[in-house]
Each structure stands twice: as structure tokens, then as C-alpha cells.
Design a protein around this ligand. Structure first.
Ligand code: CA
Length: 588
């Protein structure tokens, strides 16, 4: 028994409320070390009467550790607890005071969950876990109004460059709502649409105004209404970390220097503002002079930006925010931001762009979830790059699930590509079977899948700016087979609650293998997914629970697994092929 590997702390992802009278408790142990871990728990005021020992379940594993979890009902909303560790016939008890060979005689020295306050339950808006998102880069989606085109507009379909324009706008989006509805998505995420000078609009000039090349605020309000009539939510992207260099307060500082009323709106290290050998004398995004970092600790800046947050949600009716460079803004600002946004709409989704460990922002007081780039990396490294084998992929996934509360995992924003990365098809070497295998992993994973515009009809392109081509609207040039595949997998996910919130358990994840299989289970409904991430056709023996298993698309019965007989189904998987089997509870 390796006691050094045992870890638990009350709060965060280790002990958290799941509803008004229930908590999840988790503990880490060395991988494969414990035969069983159990939770000793009870009410500290009536310990003798209430305490009991209940087995925990091994939730997931990563490369080094097992993570055990118990879901505990708390009628009195408080608990003291410790852990019983069993390995090779040896038993140890783990408490806040350390390890003991004897079971604690009373509750003194145990871990404590002092009181479960309803207001501290962290859950993302209820619609989020059921959503399928679609990301729109407005300048390249569709040009619905040539009258608002930038003067230097190029012909639709030309080569995307860092600074060229093709005239896409909000009317273009309005004109193609049918496409999104046919695809089946239930939410859209727009990259910035506020007035700015660039084609990507991440250098905001005016946070309260739609860019004139895209339309105006009235049109945006109509567009949100039109989306809502089709049951589609709308999330906007904003940068609160930095503005553009044509943002009026910054222009004022450029003109008046330290005498400007806005001097404290920015982080100026040296007056006057200048750029010395490529380094601005003021803080910026990276070293980008046109993106000055705002001082979000200044009360006036705060007031201005919080009004922005409120305005679009309350007055225009949008359903949340995706926050660019979110990790470089102070936590205190985000706490006020959350209060403001949730007051405007309690069901608004707050999603932060954080590429690394996002737990400090995901404690319930700031964001609902984060852009799940660790998931992106795991899928790409397994499917496309061959950098991970099945054991490595399952370890990555296990680590991610263990690192967050279930609420965060179920609301995580799972992208396979975006305006910031090469397109999925490009990353898959233009191999559409490989691309579909990646999409299967995305749509069968907990969290919210997001389709980057055009992936569904076969758009491709390398890193920015290549990944931002004009959408192809000529149906003869669209890959309609791929479109139907996206339609099918979106529909299947929407039909199967187990794919959204069910438990994930790996069925096949051997080292050295490129065959991954796992199961999602919810209230007895089971979905088994097998993916062959190799270029060889394979035959796999998939261990399945007993019952009638049907193919996800055809609903044909493809495996009968009896309890006594062969508890495995034989599947033929072509190169980069996959199988999805479903078993309803009543089909046992
Ligand atoms: Ca236009």
C-alpha cells in the first residue's frame, strides 16, 4: 500500500455538493494499489447512531492513480468522514490527522463537510449539457448584404489571409438558419462581432456596437430572436482582457498621455506610450501594440465592462459569454462579472478560454466551464498523430474527469478545432474516415460538442489564417455524405441522455493498441463505443453487459450477449472505423 500516493482535501473537485442534500467525495490512490476503498461517514453530533462505512467506486484512472468516488446523501446537510483503504489483505484508515491501523473510535480528527449551502451548489445552466454548439466566424460565414462590405472586400471563396476581408455579416447568418437547423445544432457561438478594425474583431473599438461591416444592434436583436424561435441559443465572444487601439479611452490616453482621464484604465509602465524594439511601454496581449491590456481592477473600467456584459444578455437577449484570454484577467473581476450576467439571465452560460488547468476559475463563483483544449489534444494525439496509444488516451481522459466536478465535465466546451487551430480535416491529413472517428469520440464524450463552421461539409485548412476560409454554400461542392454523418451523430447524441451525463467506463484501453472502447451508462441505458485509430482493419472482442445491442444508425440488432454465454461481441472495424452500439435498460 503506497500511502504517499493517497490524496484528498475537502472542497474543490474532491468534495462538492451535487444537489441540496448530496455530495460527491473523491480520493486518489496509486493506480492498481487498492482492492477496495470505502467511505466512513456520519453526522458529527450523532456519530455513533449515524456513522457507517460504504464502498466507493473507482471512477476513473490516469497513468499513475486511481480515483475513487462516493455519492452520499446528506439529510442533515453536514458530514464528517474518513476513508478505509484495503490492499492485499491490509487495511488502513485515512483521516485529516493521517493514517491509522485502527478504525477511528469517534469522529474527532476526520475530514469535515461542515454544511451544504444551497447557494454553493455549482451547476452550469441546465440547457448546456444537452446542447450541440456551432462556431461561427462571421467574416467568413456568409455575405448577406454587399452594401456593408469593407471597401477592400475580396471575392467570396478567395484565399484567407491575416488581414483580408470577404464581406461576411449577420444578414448572411440570418439567411442560413435553415442550414443550422437541418444540421441539428442547438446553440451557436460567434467569435467577436463588436466594432473593430481587423477581420477577426478581437481588437474591440466599441463593445456596445455591432461592427458596421456585420450589421447593427437592431439586426443582432432580430437575429437572436430568429435563433430563439428555432430553439437555438446564442453565445457571444468578448475580450475583457484587452481592447483595440481605436477604443476611445485608449485613443484619449494616446493623445493626452498621463493627463488623460483614462490613464489608469491601462497598465502603463513608462510614459509616453511607445513601442521600443517591439516591446510596448504598456501592457498588452502578448506584445501586440494594437491590443492594450485593460486595468480591470480600476472601478470605472469594471463598471464599463460589466455594463457590456449586462447589455448584450439583457437588452439583446443573448444566452451567455465566451471569454477570450480569460485567465489573464483578475479573479475578482470575474466574480462580479458572474453576478452581473446571472442577474441579467440566470440561465446564461459563462465559458472561459483557458488552455491549461482551469480549476481556479471553476469553483462556482466565476465560469461555468472552460474551452476543453486538453480534450482536443487527447483526441488529436490519439487519432491523428499517433502520439497516444489506447492506454495513453484513456489515462488523459481519466485525468480530465478526475480533475473537475461532474458539473464542469458535463458543461465543458469540447472542440476538435476552432479559429485558433488548424481544421480537423486538415489535422487528419484530409482523411475523412479519420475525421469521423475523431468526431465520434467528441460526440460520445461528456460535455458540449462544438462544430466549427464548415467542418460538416468538408472545409479544410491549416493554422490561422488557413482555418478561416469562406464557407462553401454551393451544394455541388459540399460533402453531403459528411453532412449526413454530422446530422446522424448530432441526432443520436440528442436522443441518448447516457451520452450527455452517463458514466464513462473504458472497455478496451490496452497499451500499444490503437483500439479504444468505452461505455456510457445512465440508469441502465448503455452505449458502447469502439474506435479503431489505426490504418489496419481489425476484429475486436468487445466485453459487453448482457442484453440486446443494436447498431446506432440502422437500429439493427447486432449482438446478443447472455449472462452465462460469451459476454463479448465480435466487431469488424475497418481502418479508422468505429462502432456504436446501444442497449436500452428494458432490453436486458
Ligand atoms: Ca457584407
Amino acid at each position: 500500500m503506497l500511502l504517499e500516493a493517497v490524496f484528498h482535501r475537502p472542497k474543490m473537485n474532491w468534495a462538492y455538493a451535487t444537489d441540496t442534500h448530496a455530495v460527491h467525495i473523491r480520493i486518489q490512490t496509486k493506480k492498481g494499489d487498492m482492492n477496495q476503498v470505502s467511505l466512513l461517514h456520519g453526522d458529527k453530533y450523532i456519530w455513533e447512531k449515524s456513522s457507517k462505512v460504504e464502498p466507493m467506486e473507482c471512477l476513473v484512472s490516469d497513468a499513475l492513480f486511481d480515483y475513487w468516488e462516493a455519492s452520499v446523501k446528506l439529510p442533515l446537510r453536514r458530514m464528517r468522514y474518513g476513508f478505509k483503504l484495503e490492499s492485499e489483505g491490509k487495511t488502513m484508515w485515512f483521516t485529516e490527522k493521517g493514517f491509522f491501523e485502527e478504525m477511528p473510535a469517534d469522529s474527532w480528527g476526520l475530514f469535515e463537510y461542515p454544511f451544504l449551502h444551497a447557494g454553493e451548489i455549482f451547476s452550469a445552466p441546465s440547457w448546456v449539457k444537452d446542447a450541440v454548439f456551432y462556431q461561427i466566424f462571421p467574416e467568413r460565414f456568409a455575405n448577406g448584404n454587399v452594401l456593408n462590405d469593407p471597401t477592400e472586400v475580396e471575392e467570396w471563396g478567395g484565399k484567407p489571409g491575416r488581414s483580408n476581408f470577404f464581406g461576411g455579416d449577420l444578414q448572411g447568418v440570418m439567411d442560413h438558419l435553415d442550414h443550422l437547423q437541418e444540421l441539428g445544432v442547438t446553440a451557436v457561438y460567434f467569435t467577436p462581432i463588436f466594432e473593430a478594425t481587423t477581420n477577426h474583431k478581437y481588437d474591440t473599438t466599441d463593445y456596445l456596437k455591432i461592427d458596421p461591416h456585420f450589421g447593427n444592434n437592431e439586426l443582432m436583436k432580430e437575429l437572436v430572436k430568429a435563433f430563439h424561435e428555432r430553439g437555438i441559443k446564442v453565445v457571444l465572444d468578448a475580450v475583457f482582457n484587452h481592447c483595440g487601439n481605436s477604443f476611445k479611452p485608449f485613443v484619449d490616453v494616446l493623445e493626452k498621455g498621463k493627463d488623460s482621464a483614462y490613464a489608469d484604465w491601462f497598465h502603463v509602465r513608462e510614459w509616453p506610450l511607445s513601442v521600443k524594439e517591439g516591446v510596448p511601454t504598456y501592457d498588452t496581449f502578448a506584445f501586440e501594440p494594437i491590443m492594450p491590456k485593460m486595468n480591470t481592477e480600476n472601478p470605472e473600467v469594471k463598471q464599463y465592462l460589466l455594463e457590456v456584459a449586462r447589455y448584450w444578455v439583457e437588452d439583446i437577449g443573448t444566452d451567455g459569454w465566451r471569454l477570450d484570454v480569460a485567465d489573464e484577467v483578475d479573479h475578482a473581476f470575474w466574480r462580479e462579472f458572474r453576478t452581473t450576467v446571472k442577474k441579467a439571465n440566470p440561465e446564461a452560460y459563462i465559458l472561459g478560454e483557458i488552455w491549461h488547468d482551469s480549476l481556479p476559475w471553476l469553483q462556482g463563483d466565476q465560469f461555468d466551464s472552460a474551452m476543453n483544449y486538453p480534450f482536443t489534444d487527447a483526441v488529436i494525439n490519439f487519432i491523428a498523430k499517433g502520439k497516444l496509444d489506447a492506454a495513453g488516451y484513456s489515462a488523459e481522459i481519466g485525468h480530465q474527469i478526475a480533475s473537475h466536478t461532474k458539473s464542469v465535465t458535463d458543461a465543458a466546451f469540447n472542440v476538435l478545432d476552432s479559429h485558433d487551430t488548424a481544421r480537423l480535416l486538415f489535422r487528419c491529413g484530409e482523411n475523412k474516415d479519420m475525421m469521423k472517428a475523431a468526431v465520434v469520440l467528441q460526440f460520445t464524450y461528456p460535455g458540449v460538442p462544438c462544430v466549427y463552421y464548415g467542418d460538416e461539409i468538408g472545409l479544410t485548412g491549416g493554422d490561422d489564417p488557413g482555418c478561416r476560409p469562406c464557407m462553401e454554400w454551393d451544394k455541388t461542392k459540399q460533402d453531403l455524405t459528411l453532412f449526413r454523418f454530422y446530422q446522424d451523430i448530432i441526432r443520436f447524441r440528442k436522443e441518448q441522455p447516457a451520452l450527455r451525463t452517463g458514466k464513462l467506463r473504458f472497455l478496451l484501453n490496452e497499451a500499444g493498441s490503437q483500439i479504444i472502447a468505452f461505455e456510457r451508462e445512465l440508469d441502465g441505458d448503455r452505449i458502447a463505443i469502439a474506435v479503431n485509430a489505426s490504418e489496419e482493419a481489425v476484429t475486436v472482442q468487445l466485453p459487453l453487459a448482457q442484453g440486446e445491442w443494436v447498431d446506432w444508425q440502422s437500429a439493427d440488432k447486432i449482438a446478443h450477449v447472455s449472462a452465462k454465454g460469451n459476454a463479448k461481441a465480435t466487431l469488424e472495424l475497418p481502418a479508422y472505423g468505429f462502432a456504436i452500439l446501444a442497449r436500452k435498460k428494458e432490453m436486458v
